[in-house]
Design a binder for this molecule. Structure first.
Ligand SMILES: *[C@@H]1O[C@H](CO)[C@@H](O)[C@H](O)[C@H]1NC(C)=O
Ligand SMILES: *[C@@H]1O[C@H](CO)[C@@H](O)[C@H](O)[C@H]1NC(C)=O
Ligand SMILES: *[C@@H]1O[C@H](CO)[C@@H](O)[C@H](O)[C@H]1NC(C)=O
Ligand SMILES: *[C@@H]1O[C@H](CO)[C@@H](O)[C@H](O)[C@H]1NC(C)=O
Ligand SMILES: *[C@@H]1O[C@H](CO)[C@@H](O)[C@H](O)[C@H]1NC(C)=O
Ligand SMILES: *[C@@H]1O[C@H](CO)[C@@H](O)[C@H](O)[C@H]1NC(C)=O
Ligand SMILES: *[C@@H]1O[C@H](CO)[C@@H](O)[C@H](O)[C@H]1NC(C)=O
Ligand SMILES: *[C@@H]1O[C@H](CO)[C@@H](O)[C@H](O)[C@H]1NC(C)=O
Ligand SMILES: *[C@@H]1O[C@H](CO)[C@@H](O)[C@H](O)[C@H]1NC(C)=O
Length: 800
């Protein structure tokens, strides 16, 4: 182990932990006393914690049992799950031995008697494995395995400033792997790709964004199952909670997995739990949620060189492009190699090769040539005749060339065409029968003719109306036509309750307290029937649905119910009785975004930043991370609610498709949406999730500036429309005007500028210029640099 140096924070923290845990558990210690030994082949190979939940000892690494790991593991899960290990880089053979020696040293020796591992602290009279999974040596000072985490944190464990978790190399190879989670002394919590074998870090692929918050920030997985980052000033950045899964009924762990995703898991202890959740570890949270879209500066990215990453069941999976195959199919992350001889540069072989068009895959980095103002045909022949060119991208009259190795392969729309060079079909190079499988959900460009709708229109309002209807019809179809992914049973969910109308009538005291109304119908406050703690609910009575939709109601609601994200309003259940279609949500006590932003008191800059980031995360989840993509189609401040912790929660997602034919109602609802509607609704053009990005951009400006998008009384047109004014201020370098001399925001000028730039990128008239919500998140978090945005140029009358 390289990291045996125990920092003084460790000791402080260890002592702190011990003083908390010792008195309660002192009686239940089983002791490993001096002279006790464990050996890989017995008689004693491992040693249990008092409850039997954990064991410590030797684990065979291969089926032949020729190599062994000294480890701590969950002993009653299936399979048993290793949570800590001493000699990952140095597995030992049969004939090795672990002993608490007569002079109080815990020493692992190999079959020749050489010492492989020793915590290297003072003499310990005895040692104990606690029921928390913590191995303690009662030396002075005390040593504990919890202070030297490997790839996993357990409840009660912390990652102290300056220390890292490293993923293992492969599932069954515990050498240092390709990813690290660092609790940095600059106050940031960061995920890095690791350059092997040197173990230096490349550019981060995820960061919490708390850089500069002091040198004593600690990642805590506390005994209630909350995972959070405590900053030096004591502020707590909540990351995730498993508190709803009780300690008695579930095991839990937070592991930096082999694939680079930091994942929080639960495992049911009881039979009834197993029947419900499965006899396996289930994912509660993945960080980052889509690692495939996180490019790195050096190295291959999540997957190996020449391969590309596809998010499947929320996990990254590596694939090879057409005519390429894995270097080693048992280690997909090692990348892919071409199945053919490369084009030689000695003789002209351009006739033997052709370019295959690939949809939905991109290798964003590493272009070596860039031509402007060329036709697609030129682009193709420029690559074909260049023996170095392996991939070409053509987009809007521009052409880029790439050569091997390709890195950071991901699925996504390049916004143009990507060509990959392969040999012409030729008997000596048998072609695999399959074509490149891009993710279907990312390749659904559909052209919708709208001129016919728009031509008869009279006036702008009419247009908005038609657009609204169109938006809803469109979103409906879009979502319907999508391939339903297999329901992922590891994602917790499908926990919807079916309410009777009578129950809800009682819960809302006869629908007496109306707290809002919208395009869908009225909302009433109530109390969750049958809950001991008085949980408030928001009961949404939908207007009558079209007959077709009624049949779909349960299915659609189920797909809404499958969404689980801290920035979405949670659906508790529904009622589908007679003519009643009712949705029951958790109640958000802090109202909606307009009252937060435009109330009498200006909310603090920090709160606004948190709210904006929350909305961005929720939208990214809807677009790319939930099983069925959901385009909201009606992002506006009224649809952003705030919970008791002022965390932003998106509401009304997934409703557009339910209400598709309910034209008269939706038109009234959409009126307030003016100004958030993306310009492509008015054009004969492709509609994508980028419509939500546009609306988000407008809203982000409102959050930054605490003013409404359109303020007629603001004077000239350029000031009256926030999106125009914001760009003008940005271009003239007067961001202070935007925040009305808000001192807190001005002190945070870098973030302010980032936010404004991101907003301007989001409101680009050209949808393909707008970033995806994933990218927006990375930019807001500071994980990627935000380039200078062009003029969104959406002013002037909209032309048709
Ligand atoms: C563990 O060892 C210590 C010191 O020898 C002793 O005081 C304690 O009673 C032992 N506990 C058990 C459960 O054997
Ligand atoms: C671990 O569990 C197995 C049963 O799955 C049991 O046979 C074994 O004794 C346990 N080991 C320890 C060290 O408790
Ligand atoms: C397992 O052992 C057998 C015989 O000892 C040997 O031939 C084989 O290569 C071993 N396999 C592994 C994976 O070590
Ligand atoms: C684990 O992987 C490392 C890096 O490739 C390799 O050097 C080592 O031999 C592997 N260990 C085992 C036990 O296979
Ligand atoms: C660092 O933080 C820990 C826990 O948050 C605290 O116990 C310790 O006193 C702090 N150390 C310093 C030097 O501030
Ligand atoms: C864990 O942290 C939460 C705050 O996030 C707190 O409410 C809870 O009491 C903590 N639990 C323990 C055992 O410290
Ligand atoms: C974090 O969670 C705790 C407990 O749920 C809560 O008290 C606290 O306000 C939360 N902090 C933030 C910043 O959301
Ligand atoms: C197939 O490709 C090889 C290598 O490029 C070439 O030598 C051979 O002539 C090709 N055969 C045909 C039928 O094109
Ligand atoms: C992706 O979309 C294009 C049209 O935009 C289509 O030609 C192509 O077949 C689609 N690919 C897949 C795999 O669906």
């Amino acid at each position: 182990m390289a990291s045996l140096v125990i920092s003084h924070h460790f000791i402080l923290f260890s002592l702190f932990l011990l003083t908390c845990t010792l008195p309660a558990t002192a009686q239940t210690y089983a002791n490993l006393t001096q002279g006790t030994t464990l050996t890989p082949l017995g008689p004693t190979t491992s040693w249990p914690s008092p409850s039997g939940d954990f064991a410590f000892g030797f684990r065979p690494l291969d089926s032949n049992a020729s190599l062994f790991l000294l480890a701590i593991w969950f002993n009653s899960t299936n399979p048993q799950t290793i949570v800590w290990f001493a000699n990952g880089d140095n597995p030992v053979q049969a004939g090795s031995k672990l002993e608490l020696t007569s002079d109080g040293q815990l020493s692992l020796t190999d079959q020749t008697g050489n010492e492989i591992w020793n915590p290297g602290v003072g003499s310990a009279p005895y040692a104990a494995l606690l029921d928390t999974g913590n191995l303690i040596l009662f030396s002075s000072p005390i040593w504990q395995s919890f202070s030297l985490p490997t790839d996993t944190l357990l409840p009660g464990q912390v990652l102290t400033p300056g220390s890292n978790l490293f993923s293992r190399f492969m599932d069954s190879n515990f050498s240092t792997g390709r990813f690290a989670l660092a609790a940095q002394t600059d106050g940031n919590l960061v995920l890095y790709p690791v350059a092997l074998p040197a173990r230096n870090f490349y550019h981060a692929y995820w960061a919490l964004g708390t850089m500069g918050s002091g040198s004593n920030s600690t990642l805590v997985f506390n005994m209630s199952g909350d995972l959070y980052y405590v900053l030096s000033n004591g502020n707590q950045m909540n990351i995730t909670s498993t508190r709803t899964y009780s300690m008695e009924d579930f095991y839990r762990r937070a592991t930096l997995d082999v694939d680079g995703v930091f994942t929080v898991y639960i495992y049911p202890k009881t039979e009834s739990g197993k029947a419900r959740w499965g006899d396996k570890w289930s994912v509660v949270t993945n960080i980052p949620t889509d690692i495939c879209t996180r490019p790195t500066d050096f190295g291959s990215g999540v997957c190996g060189f020449n391969s590309f990453c596809v998010l499947e069941n929320q996990r990254p999976d590596c694939r090879c492009p057409l005519s390429y195959s894995f270097m080693d199919s048992t280690m997909k992350f090692k990348g892919c190699k071409p199945d053919f001889e490369a084009q030689t540069c000695e003789i002209d072989e351009s006739d033997s090769f052709e370019l295959e068009t690939v949809y939905g895959v991109d290798w964003p980095n590493g272009d070596y040539e860039h031509y402007m103002q060329v036709a697609e045909e030129n682009c193709r022949s420029l690559c074909l005749s260049d023996c170095l060119c392996d991939v070409a991208v053509f987009r809007g009259g521009e052409c880029w060339k790439k050569k091997l190795p390709l890195s950071n392969g991901m699925t996504g729309n390049v916004g143009g065409k990507l060509f990959i060079k392969v040999p012409k079909d030729n008997s000596s190079f048998p072609r695999p029968p399959t074509t490149i499988i891009a993710m279907e959900r990312k390749n659904r460009s559909t052209l919708i003719p709208v001129e016919s709708l728009l031509l008869g229109g009279s006036g702008f309002l009419n247009l908005i109306l038609i657009t609204a209807i169109f938006a809803i019809v469109y979103c409906y179809h879009k979502n319907r036509s999508m391939k339903k992914l297999d329901q992922d049973t590891t994602m917790l969910g499908l926990n919807l309750r079916i309410f009777s109308y009578k129950e809800l009538e009682e819960a809302t005291k006869g629908f007496s307290e109306e707290v809002g109304s919208g395009s869908f119908g009225a909302v009433y406050k109530g109390l969750l029937p049958g809950s001991e703690s008085a949980t408030s609910i928001a009961v949404k009575k939908l207007h009558r649905l079209h007959e077709d939709r009624e049949k779909e109601f349960t299915n659609e609601v189920r797909s809404i119910g499958q969404t689980h994200h801290r920035n979405l309003v949670r659906l508790f259940g529904f009622c589908n009785e007679g003519t009643h279609r009712i949705l029951v949500y958790e109640y958000m006590c802090n109202g909606s975004l307009p009252s937060f932003l435009f109330g009498s008191e200006r909310p603090s800059w920090n709160k606004r930043v948190q709210v904006a980031m929350g909305i961005a995360k929720g939208l990214a989840y809807l677009h790319d991370e939930c099983a069925t993509q959901i385009i909201h189609c009606d992002i506006k401040p009224q649809n952003i609610l705030l919970d008791e912790n002022l965390i932003a929660r998106i509401s009304d997602f997934g409703l557009a498709k339910l209400l598709r034919t309910d034209q008269s109602r939706t038109s009234t609802g959409i009126r307030g949406t003016r100004g958030y509607v993306a310009p492509e609704w008015f054009r004969n053009t492709v509609i994508t999730a980028k419509v939500d990005v546009y609306s988000f951009g407008v809203m982000l400006l409102e959050i930054i500036c605490c003013r409404k998008n359109v303020e007629a009384e603001a004077g000239d047109e350029d000031r009256a429309v926030l999106t125009f004014w914001a760009y003008d201020c940005y271009r003239e370098g007067s961001l202070d005007l935007l925040v009305g001399n808000d001192e807190e925001a001005m002190a945070d000028m870098r973030m302010l500028e980032t936010f404004v730039k991101v907003a301007i990128w989001c409101i680009q008239e050209e949808p393909s210029l707008r970033p995806s919500m994933k990218k927006v998140n990375q930019m807001l978090e500071g994980a990627v640099v935000v380039s200078i945005p062009p003029d969104p140029s959406s002013r002037g009358p909209i032309s048709f």
